[in-house]
Design a protein around this ligand. Structure first.
Ligand SMILES: *Cc1c(COP(=O)(O)O)cnc(C)c1O
Length: 467
């Protein structure tokens, strides 16, 4: 079929579209720099022309391009209200950091700082000394250091400890997990150049399996926390302390990749199982532990490595360390996060640290219910009621977690559910909820109390819009 010349002619020029959009939808242009918008519009129009040339009919080219640009504008990173009940939501940026940490960051980031200067002597100073000391104190370890994320930490440790003549890493088949985003632990480990020696079976690995695999080429014994799934039934694995004893006897370093980085007794914080803390696994005899900064720790994206001082010192001399070292932004956020824990533990502040993830885990339903009732009263709409829900840790942590929570429930006609959810998501800030059994829900556990007012306004608007 020959291309419809008439339809092709109807596709407007880049200039025309930009002009039309600038006068009708200026909100998009405050979020997308003009030159970037021009590029998006140009390629959207080129796509349209291709589709029309292939015989597709395009009713409203201007609207098509507007939608493309609006979608792009919505990818600019901006705050979002998390009504999903998933505390560490990877798609929503994992852990929100403490607001005090963010305030400190604002002043540090927009200024020069003492990241690497000794203010007493005026000479070059050690990088991250304060932070590393705080983290070591928090982990009750000899030393600690920080890299860009836990995956980088793993690669770094392997590069240092499993290379050359001793490049073999022993790990259980039951722990070769995929950690999300399509990344798998074995592939990350192999990226370091180390050779994986898998032992045991998926469900059972015995101490003897590890013992048999140890040779004079073994550089590291590795335990990987199954953070995002659990096994039940016919399963077995040696205790951390048994592995540690074997590693010690064989003169091989032993690392535990914890992933989650829980610094609290999770079983006392919420109806959750106990998550191993760094000091517990170090006390069981691990030489090194590594974990993420933005999971249960509740800080920025980072990888923390803690343990034996001689090993940490060696790791920091690895050339790759320079490639994965964080900057002042991460240092500052992590430093303030670590201090929040240390201050709370030493009684400077009463009770729990002011870390959002910790607070959200600990908050009682009895504290959420009055908030829900106040919101419902303010909305006074018979379609909205309170309900109960299940919050989760998420982010590849504590897969068994199911924390009773309080929700706002919206009973709308089925055809209105998705448009309502869309309207909330694309507001400023966006509000993300979920649809469950034909009801739109917002879980209050993951919504900050100081967001309730905005929530009410946005919900009023959403409920009153003709959907
Ligand atoms: C999440 C996780 C990682 C990766 O951590 P990042 O900080 O995202 O790089 C590694 N190991 C385990 C066990 C994890 O749970």
């Amino acid at each position: 079929m020959p291309p419809d010349q008439e339809a092709l002619r109807k596709i407007p020029s880049v200039e025309k579209v930009l002009h039309a959009l600038a006068s009708s939808d200026s909100a998009v242009f405050t979020r997308v720099p003009r030159s970037v918008a021009t590029g998006i519009v140009r390629s959207a129009l080129a796509d349209l022309r291709k589709r029309v040339a292939k015989g597709a009919t395009v009713e409203n080219p201007l609207e098509d391009v507007r939608i493309t640009l609006a979608h792009f504008a919505a990818t600019r990173i901006t705050p979002v209200i998390n009504g999903t009940g998933v505390l560490i939501h990877t798609n929503l940026g994992r852990s929100p950091v403490a607001s005090a940490a963010a305030e400190t960051l604002a002043s540090v980031a927009s200024s020069y700082s003492n990241v690497e200067i000794d203010l007493h002597t005026g000479a070059r100073g050690p990088r991250a000394k304060f932070l590393e000391t705080c983290l070591a104190t928090l982990c009750r370890s000899e030393a600690a250091t920080v890299v860009n994320n836990c995956a980088a930490g793993l690669v770094l440790v392997l590069q240092h400890l499993a290379s050359g003549q001793k490049n073999e890493v022993i790990v259980s088949r039951g722990e070769l997990v995929e950690i999300g985003g399509g990344f798998r632990i074995p592939e990350i480990l192999e990226a370091s150049g180390a050779k994986l020696v898998e032992v045991g079976a998926t469900n059972k690995t015995h101490l003897a399996d590890y013992e048999r695999a140890i040779t004079d080429r073994t550089g590291l014994l590795l335990k990987v926390h199954r953070s995002n799934f659990y096994m039940e039934g016919f399963t077995a694995e040696p205790d951390t302390s048994e592995l540690a004893a074997l590693a010690k006897k064989s003169g091989i370093p032993f690392m535990h990749d914890l992933g989650s980085g829980a610094m609290m007794q999770t079983d006392q914080l919420a109806p959750l199982e106990h998550e191993t803390t760094p000091w517990e696994t170090l006390a069981a005899g691990c030489d090194l532990v590594c974990f993420s900064g933005d999971k249960l720790l509740g800080g920025p994206q980072a990888g923390i490595i803690a343990g034996r001082a001689d090993l940490i010192a060696g790791i920091k001399k690895t050339p790759f360390y320079r490639a994965v070292r964080p900057d002042k932004v991460i240092f500052t956020l992590l430093q303030e996060t670590a201090c929040a824990y240390l201050d709370a533990a030493s009684g400077d502040t009463k009770g729990l640290p002011e870390i959002p993830v910790v607070q959200m885990l600990a908050i009682k339903e009895s504290a959420l219910l009055p908030r829900a009732e106040a919101i419902i009263k303010a909305l006074s709409d018979s379609r909205v009621t309170t309900g109960t829900g299940t919050a989760r840790c998420g982010g590849g942590t504590m897969p068994k977690s199911s924390i009773p929570s309080i929700t706002l429930e919206f009973r709308l006609e089925e055809k209105h559910l998705e448009p309502f959810a869309h309207a909330l998501r694309t507001g400023t800030p966006g509000i993300v909820g979920y649809i469950d059994a034909g009801i739109f829900k917002l879980d209050l556990r993951t919504i900050f109390e100081n967001q309730d007012k905005h929530l009410i306004n946005a919900l009023k608007k959403g409920l009153n819009t003709k959907l």
